[in-house]
Design a binder for this molecule. Structure first.
Ligand code: PLP
Length: 369
């Protein structure tokens, strides 16, 4: 998915494959002349490799009982996910991975020769997993359980019963719990999703500024974990990118100032609340062609379609014939679905959906390529 997006997302007229809200501008983030001046005076030497204490303190504030020693700043949450997997996974290990999910950890586990057991989210349960499934899948042999909460692509937030079943399974088996929480703070409705941090001693949380903050360009992510494990993971980072970016460390501190963070989350929520109804109304206008469970979080809507076309083919036709990108369900191993990004400005979103309509009309009329 990432390869396909990277290759084409800047070439199409309407990019509806992105899962975050449209980006904040540097000017909005800085907010004052003084803050801009400070930036101009910054010496651009190597930054602190694990993130400055100031930034790590700000991150630690968000996870109960943590200190800066529990925090490790990375280049995006994708690097945090990679480092966690690289540190923990060994060929032959057994891992349980919630699906559909951002498929990075899944792909790494498969590539490195692990035995991957899928924990399936079910549409009939509002994109929750069946607690009985996790009891059955997780055993003493399980090295790690990986989840994404809130989830990409479904936009679902894990319900209470499932959280309990997950934590119990991790505790009973002694497996590591890996939780990708990069959509935390991007809730369209309901309270902010509670982190899975603090319930099981072997937990690693990944998060970052790309989605809920609209700051993907900073490439700031982080790992939260037991200090000993974090120290161990740092050694892996020395073989990878060494440090996060210095400018980003500084700007991330600004984004995580409590008042600024509150303002950013409010902006994100207001975009999601304005845009989701645009997509929902558009879907409803097509009657039985589409069905979906309303997403709780993320600038995404995961849609089941009732058309006789493979999802990858549909996405490719949209891209090549209509210059629109959506993510095909095939990328999540689920044909018959597509993920529409709800984060762009409203007019852009509507214009992109109109292009999708053009192809749908042609498909209905039986026009083939
Ligand atoms: C669940 C999830 N985790 C991680 C990432 C990677 O994000 P980042 O920009 O923080 O590397 C994405 C990007 O779409 C995602 O959806």
């Amino acid at each position: 998915m990432e390869r396909w997006q990277s290759k084409f997302e800047r070439l199409v007229d309407y990019e509806l494959s992105e899962s975050g809200v449209h980006a904040l501008q540097l000017r909005e983030l800085l907010g004052s002349e003084k803050a801009a001046e400070e930036l101009l005076d910054m010496p651009l030497g190597y930054p602190q490799a694990d993130g400055t204490p100031a930034l790590r303190s700000k991150i630690a504030r968000m996870y109960k009982g943590t200190t800066p020693e529990h925090i490790f700043v990375t280049n995006g949450s994708s690097e945090a996910n990679f480092l966690a997997a690289w540190n923990l996974f060994e060929k032959g290990d057994e891992v349980v991975i919630m699906v559909p999910n951002y498929m990075q950890t899944w792909g790494l586990a498969k590539t490195w020769g692990l035995k991957v057991k899928p924990l399936k989210l079910r549409e009939d349960l509002g994109w929750q997993f069946d607690p009985e499934d996790i009891k059955r899948l997780v055993t003493k042999k399980t090295k790690a359980i990986q989840v994404c909460n809130p989830d990409n692509p479904t936009g679902a937030v894990m319900a209470k019963e499932q959280r309990k079943a997950l934590i119990d399974a991790a505790k009973d088996s002694g497996a590591w719990l890996l939780s990708d929480e990069v959509y935390q703070g991007a809730e369209r409705v309901g309270p902010q999703t509670e982190s899975l941090w603090g319930y099981h001693s072997k937990t690693l949380i990944t998060n970052g500024l790309s989605k809920a903050y609209g700051l993907a360009g900073l490439r700031t992510g982080w790992l939260v974990g037991p200090p000993k494990k974090i120290e161990d993971i740092k050694q892996h980072h020395d073989y990878l990118t060494l440090t996060p970016a210095k400018l980003s460390d500084h700007l991330a501190q600004i984004a995580l100032e409590p008042k600024k963070q509150e303002w950013i989350f409010a902006r994100t929520r207001s975009i999601l609340q304005k845009n989701y109804p645009v997509v929902r109304d558009w879907l409803e206008d097509h009657g039985s062609m589409f069905s979906h469970v309303p997403p709780t979080a993320g600038a995404i809507c995961y849609v089941k379609y009732n058309l006789k076309i493979n999802s990858w083919k549909l996405a490719e036709r949209l891209r090549t014939e209509k210059s629109v990108m959506i993510v095909p369900g095939d990328h999540f191993g689920m044909d018959g679905y597509m993920r529409i990004g709800t984060g762009p400005p409203k007019d852009y979103l509507l214009a992109g959906l109109n292009r999708v309509d053009e192809l749908l009309r042609e498909l209905k009329a039986g026009k083939r390529k």
